[in-house]
Design a protein around this ligand. Structure first.
Ligand SMILES: C[S@@+](CC[C@H](N)C(=O)[O-])C[C@H]1O[C@@H](n2cnc3c(N)ncnc32)[C@H](O)[C@@H]1O
Length: 359
């Protein structure tokens, strides 16, 4: 058995969020040093034919696909001609088997990529579209969460980071691929904090859940038509809106899971969606100045923009997370003159918060 002691191993599964650009990042990382390995599952060998191992647990997949792959080939059964059965613990699915293989071979760190374990945009189940018959398409998807949770209890002494761009898994810390591969400029650190904030710290204000006075009424006055709330956290504000005309989005899958439990009739997604109004309530103050232009570019795609936060640079402070409050004029410099400002009393800080509307 190959010895991967102390190595970092990237496991790439076939979820819909995996992209050729991510595979290219991993290829460059793998080529840069020898104490690294890459395991791909199923059709993902097509994005990474240079991977070290192709792992696919399903006999039928090998029979149908007959992959041209020159690296090591492994399966989880004993009756695939020419493909050895791995001595590592068998996972519930190929993705989990790949992680167990890396742990079994002694990896010090495992980076997961393409482990969406959920359906993507347009019902996609894989990055490569649907398999043709007789292959199934992630038919055991509902079982994946439980299988990965069981694996997580078995894997000890290994650092596992899930860098999938979209994921339903929350048993491992979430990371940013560029950070974990050491190819980040550090500009994504904030994003990383919020994404991996499994404890859901700082989502809701200190003290009372609603220290703002008359917030729901003010939100309804500021927003019009369908509402897309970016940075919805645990869905604290969703009940202010008709579930049929509201979609919440957040970078933190754990927060979205809680939002769905809190407000079962409202919809939550991980990607931007179009709507009449985009609402960013106490979100932009968490976006560092260098990252703000990209966020503003997204907001400008909506006919009505509502930004809610305590305005003024004097409120800025370092810490975890740091806050980057801005003057209202700074947002106006980027978005044009504000159309309406609704003041929401915030007695906890002896001040008020501003709901600024552009339309
Ligand atoms: C202070 S919480 C506010 C949550 C919610 N708006 C509320 O008032 O209850 C900030 C939220 O913004 C999210 N967030 C931070 N950066 C984000 C980004 N770039 N895109 C989307 N959400 C982001 C965080 O995950 C967090 O849930």
């Amino acid at each position: 058995m190959a010895d991967w002691s102390g190595m970092t191993v990237v496991c790439m599964a076939s979820g819909p969020s995996l992209t050729p650009a991510d595979a290219e990042l991993v290829r460059q990382w793998r080529q840069a040093a020898d104490d690294r390995r890459v395991v791909v599952t199923n059709n993902t060998y097509q994005l990474a034919p240079w991977a070290d191992v192709l792992y696919a647990m399903d006999r039928k997949w090998w029979e149908v696909m007959r992959p041209q792959f020159t690296g090591e080939r492994l399966t989880a059964v004993h009756d695939v001609p020419g493909v050895p059965c791995s001595s590592s613990p068998k996972g519930g699915n190929s993705g989990s088997g790949a992680v167990l293989l890396a742990a079994h071979r002694g990896a010090a760190k495992i980076i997961m990529l393409g482990y969406d374990c959920q359906v993507g945009a347009g019902g996609a189940r894989h990055w490569h579209g649907d398999h043709k018959k007789p292959l199934g398409n992630a038919v055991s998807l509902p079982k994946f969460y439980g299988q990965f949770r069981a694996d997580a209890r078995r894997i000890t002494g290994v650092e596992v980071v899930n860098c999938s761009r979209a994921t339903a898994l929350d048993m491992y810390p979430l990371g940013i691929l560029e950070d974990e591969l050491g190819q980040s400029s550090g500009a994504q650190a904030e994003h990383c904090y919020w994404r991996s904030n499994i404890e859901l710290d700082h989502l809701t204000p200190r003290g009372k859940r609603f220290p703002e006075i008359g917030l729901f009424e003010a939100l309804r006055e500021a927003c019009a038509g369908s509402v897309f709330e970016v940075g919805c956290g645990d869905g604290r504000l969703s009940p202010a809106f008709d579930p049929a005309a509201y979609v919440g989005m957040d970078v933190n899958p754990a927060a979205l899971a809680k939002a769905r439990r809190n407000n079962p009739l409202h919809q939550y997604v991980e990607e931007w969606q179009q709507a009449n109004t985009v609402l960013a309530y106490t979100v932009l103050l968490h976006v560092p100045d260098a990252k703000l232009p990209a966020m503003i570019k997204q907001l400008k795609k909506y006919p009505r923009i509502v930004i809610g936060e305590i305005m003024g640079r004097r409120w800025r402070k370092p810490g975890i997370p740091p806050v980057f409050n801005r003057e209202r004029a700074e947002y106006e410099a980027l978005l044009g003159p504000v159309s309406q400002v609704i003041r929401v009393p915030y007695p906890h800080y002896s001040t008020h918060l501003e709901l600024c509307v552009w339309h």
